[in-house]
Design a protein around this ligand. Sequence first.
Ligand code: AP5
Ligand code: MG
Length: 217
Amino acid sequence: MANIILLGPPGAGKGTQARKLVEDRGMVQLSTGDMLREAKTSGTEMGQRVAEVMDRGELVTDEIVIGLIEEKLATTEANGFIFDGFPRTLPQADALGRLLARMGQKLDAVIEMRVDDEALVRRITGRFTCGNCGEVYHDETRPTKVEGTCDVCGSHDMKRRADDNEDSLKTRLMEYYKKTSPLIGYYYHAGDLFAVDGLAQIDAVAASMAAILDQQA
Ligand code: AP5
Ligand code: MG
């Protein structure tokens, strides 16, 4: 089974596609954003510091996120990991390479999700998620079937993220272009890079990803 990275700007659809891959292929999603949001609610001093940085839309330190991934990899059995939102800097990419090598594993594909900035604003400002099961929705492109009720688990606890506003999104995009987009060159050079059109409909993006993964099998 493959280990893959989903690489793309905020709102590209990484979380949406990762959840489909978990469902369709039994892979394990490792989202540093989700892990950090959990730390935010832990009430610890570290959680408080992380919350301030995330809400502004800046990146959390490499040390913290590499530590989180290291711990998950050491304690999780999987038939393939989906790295969602990690790595986001060159030191994180180097660290992931080392961690996988130590486990006798490798990276099979890095899938770059291409979406233009204008679409990202619409996606981010319309997003909401189920607070109980984490299903991702959108006011226009993916509403719940019954208003206010999760299609998957029936919960009424719908949430919007503190960093899903135009100001934080601007910072998140800047961080992506400055610190994360160099990874496109890094993985292209390593021969691991594939790209999909992230502007296509959710199922069409999933089909493009499936074709890439089947090629790797
Ligand atoms: P993180 O949680 O990773 O956020 P992000 O990268 O900004 O990405 P998003 O989760 O916003 O978007 P997504 O690509 O998952 O899109 P989604 O599928 O939800 O990180 C948050 C913060 O944590 C960072 O800013 C940073 O502070 C910190 N952090 C995390 N990892 C870090 C790291 N490694 N290092 C340092 N700091 C780190 O989709 C978005 C919306 O669009 C949804 O409403 C969805 O329904 C809709 N949609 C999805 N696909 C489509 C489609 N094809 N067509 C139409 N609508 C679609
Ligand atoms: Mg996400």
